[in-house]
Design a protein around this ligand. Structure first.
Ligand SMILES: Nc1ncnc2c1ncn2[C@@H]1O[C@H](COP(=O)(O)OP(=O)(O)OP(=O)(O)O)[C@@H](O)[C@H]1O
Length: 298
């Protein structure tokens, strides 16, 4: 365990709203962590607290063991994309990044590296006002990558990207994590998160609902196992005798509720039934998310 981001009993209250309510979770080096929750759940506020842009009411958030304001070289430690709107429209993408390198005392050479990392090198001299939403998102990401940081914090970075852009971003973030760095990414695109995240943190009303690896979460919520066998009637009785709830799926297939593939295979072996297909039907992330956050602001 190598926690690079630690959110520690974080609470943030505004006059009328408790945006974040005693929230704790960690993000490990070498992973992409999906940060999920319905609108108004408190994702942006949490990210702003981690980045030192909002002051917690109580608790704290640390990056590499320190609050961001205490980090010696924050641009090398953390890169963030909070929204894609902070661009001067009359400036080129390259000029925008050059100004960021000056502000953050970074080498000018990083501009070309960041532009090529996000695939904007051919549009770098165009004014940002001519950029599509997707190009602005790429430019935001380039800005976050300028300091070659150990931690990336991205608030809905896939907004406005087309499917090819989303695939591209997935590759960038996966390779980034593969270098041992940490990525915390919020999104409403749950299906996208299912292909990107190692871990998920799900919040609603500012509170933690789930902190889990994506694999464990989907495995623990396996809905059913589909099994096919030429001896379907023998297999059905054997499964029912063991107390499983079984539904006929088709002529040769059964759906076994609440069972693991190992359990179904073992009952089939004992019953002498040949198994020609065995598949877990996992709940997808979207189902899990909707179940968990039902009535909590969606
Ligand atoms: N500066 C602020 N002043 C007052 N209330 C705020 C402020 N910022 C956020 N809130 C409130 O805190 C709650 C959480 O908002 P936040 O933007 O963090 O949620 P979110 O999960 O990022 O939502 P979304 O997915 O819609 O961006 C909301 O009820 C919001 O209205």
């Amino acid at each position: 365990m190598n926690a690079v981001i630690e959110v520690d009993h974080l609470t943030k209250r505004y006059r009328k709203a408790t945006a974040v309510d005693d929230l704790s979770f960690e993000v490990e080096a070498g992973t992409v962590t999906g940060f999920l929750g319905p609108n108004g759940a408190g994702k942006t506020t949490t990210m702003r607290c981690i980045l030192g842009l909002a002051r917690p009411t109580s608790g704290e958030a640390r990056v590499s063991g320190k609050r961001l304001c205490n980090l010696v070289d924050p641009a090398h430690q953390v890169g963030a994309v909070l929204e894609s709107s902070g661009f001067h429209p009359g400036r080129s993408g390259r000029a925008h990044l050059e100004i960021l390198t000056m502000e953050n005392h970074l080498p000018r050479s990083r501009v070309e590296e960041a532009l090529s990392l996000v695939g904007l090198e051919h549009d770098a001299n165009k004014n940002v006002k001519g950029y599509s939403l997707g190009m602005r998102q790429r430019l935001s990401l380039a800005g976050a990558l300028l300091g070659d940081p150990q931690v990336l914090i991205l608030d809905e970075p896939a907004n406005g990207l087309d499917p090819a852009g989303i695939r591209w971003m997935r590759q960038v973030l996966r390779s980034y994590a593969a270098q041992g760095r940490a990525v915390l990414i919020s999104s409403h695109l749950l299906s996208e998160m299912a292909q990107l995240a190692d871990d998920v943190v799900i919040i609603a009303n500012g509170r933690l609902m789930v902190r889990s690896s994506l694999k464990e979460l989907t495995a623990s919520t396996t809905k059913a196992v589909y099994v096919r066998s030429p001896q379907i009637d023998d297999l059905r009785s054997a499964l029912e005798n063991q107390g499983f709830t079984v539904e006929g799926a088709d002529r040769r297939g059964l759906k076994v509720k609440g069972a693991s593939t190992e359990e179904v295979a073992s009952v089939a072996a004992q019953a002498g039934a040949l198994v020609t297909e065995l598949q877990p039907e996992e709940a997808n992330l979207e189902d899990i998310f909707l179940d968990l956050t039902k009535g909590k602001g969606l």
